[in-house]
Design a protein. Structure first.
Length: 189
């Protein structure tokens, strides 16, 4: 497919390998991001699920936070899933610390409570169609600011948004066999 591009996958913690498998399946080159030099020459980046607090701390410690924020502000396409969405959010409803904070939305962490911490469902995503969604101690988007496109909702909660070069999902597209979200992201590049 697109042999001309290289996508970085943030690989400091969490479910990054599964995103690499998806990219491999689509024939797209990828590189694991573990230090700031790894950011050189990437055409897009994926922020995987995991634990946003740990990921945020590691981004600072490894010196990745500032350069990555600048790259995203300057238009680097980013696909953020679950904890990745929390990293991108400008506001976090139930956390005093924000991280990359380039996506003008308010997210709520662990938003579905303990009982419904993890569940699967299928819902429509704008531009993509019906998609099998896997939620694991997931956030949802509580509020969006101007210019943010809402791509999907589940039970009236926003679970997928797009703002310019930033695609944020509350669920885990890498844990399904469906590559259509990764394909859509690659087409954004
Ligand atoms: N609960 C995690 C957090 O708050 C996100 C969970 C996930 O990425 N699956 O960071």
């Amino acid at each position: 497919m697109r042999t001309d591009i290289k996508i970085g996958v943030l690989a400091v913690q969490g479910a990054f390998i599964e995103h690499e498998h998806m990219l491999n399946e689509l024939g797209v080159q990828c590189v694991e991001i573990r230090k700031k030099e790894d950011l050189d020459n990437i055409d897009g980046i994926i922020l995987p699920g995991g634990e946003s607090t740990v990921q945020g701390q590691l981004l600072i410690k490894l010196g990745i936070m500032e350069p990555l924020r600048k790259m995203i502000e300057n238009g680097l396409p980013v696909l953020a899933t679950c904890a990745g969405l929390i990293l991108l959010a400008k506001h976090i409803d139930n956390d005093s610390v924000t991280h990359i904070a380039t996506l003008p939305v308010t997210v709520k962490r662990n938003a579905y409570g303990r009982q419904l911490g993890s569940f699967n469902t299928t819902a429509n995503i704008e531009h993509i169609g019906d998609y099998p969604m896997v939620f694991i101690r997931a956030p949802y988007v509580k509020e969006v600011e101007e210019g943010v496109e809402i791509l999907a909702t589940v039970d009236n909660n926003i679970v997928a948004v797009k703002y310019k070069n930033q695609l944020g999902l509350a669920f885990h597209p890498e844990l399904t066999g469906d590559t259509s979200i990764h394909k859509y992201f690659i087409d954004m590049i």
